[in-house]
Design a protein around this ligand. Sequence first.
Ligand SMILES: O=P(O)(O)O[C@@H]1C[C@H](O)[C@@H](CO)O1
Length: 275
Amino acid sequence: MLNYFQIASSMIRDIGMKPKIALILGSGLGYLTCEFQNSTAVYYSQIPGFPASTVQGHSGRFIFGNFHGIPSVAMEGRFHFYEGHEIRDVVSPIYLFKEMGIERLLITNASGGINKTYSPGEIVAIRDIINLGFRNPLRGPNEEKFGVRFPDMSSVVDLEWLARLRERLCRDGHELKEGTYIWTLGPSYESPSEIKSFEFLGADMVGMSTVPELIAANHCRMKTLALSCVTNMASGILKEKLSHDDVVRTANRIRHRFSDIVGKALEVLKEIDDE
Ligand SMILES: O=P(O)(O)O[C@@H]1C[C@H](O)[C@@H](CO)O1
């Protein structure tokens, strides 16, 4: 296992800043780091033993900088199980962030909409998850320094942060929908019959990431918000075939709205932390 403490300490020392929040940027959503001020990049390949990112729309680097006045670090490129990584490696950034002293995490992703009230380009907050990947990143010996053997999963996101963001957006005349995200292994998209069965299970969105990250973040008690960009309706709902190029294109198309919501999520966080 990587020595997260050693890596985190040397990164913080070399960069000369201690981030307060970490962001994981999903497919096509890496553009948020353009808004970082005084930024420094650290490529995953510069970190000995760290996994490499292989997916189009995921650059494979950390960006450190000031984001909406908060010292932040963002992952441009996450690790997916389907890339061939071990499940523990998929969540290695979460424990690295924890060792940097970070208590807040904002996860983003691209997903397929199962709930027919959603439409492509809509941003939905994840309220709950279904682990259909049947992989758990906590399998194996428990690292007691991070968390307990059997973590409670009754709320995988920080409900106060979510409620405050919802209120804030409502004041501006926008509704923030909340839904359940189901994780499949990928990399093939789902079949129409799979989507019908996921709907029956209670899922609103489907994707190939995020669930392992939420389990690990919950394990080490990081307060997390998760925003999903519904880039397409899930398989079989509309006539169109699914393609990753379209996923990335839609994520890019809604960049202003996405960046506005993320900005407000950080603003409400400052209010919460100041209280
Ligand atoms: O990293 P995310 O979950 O945003 O990426 C989604 C899931 C697959 O990696 C890819 C499929 O288009 O986009």
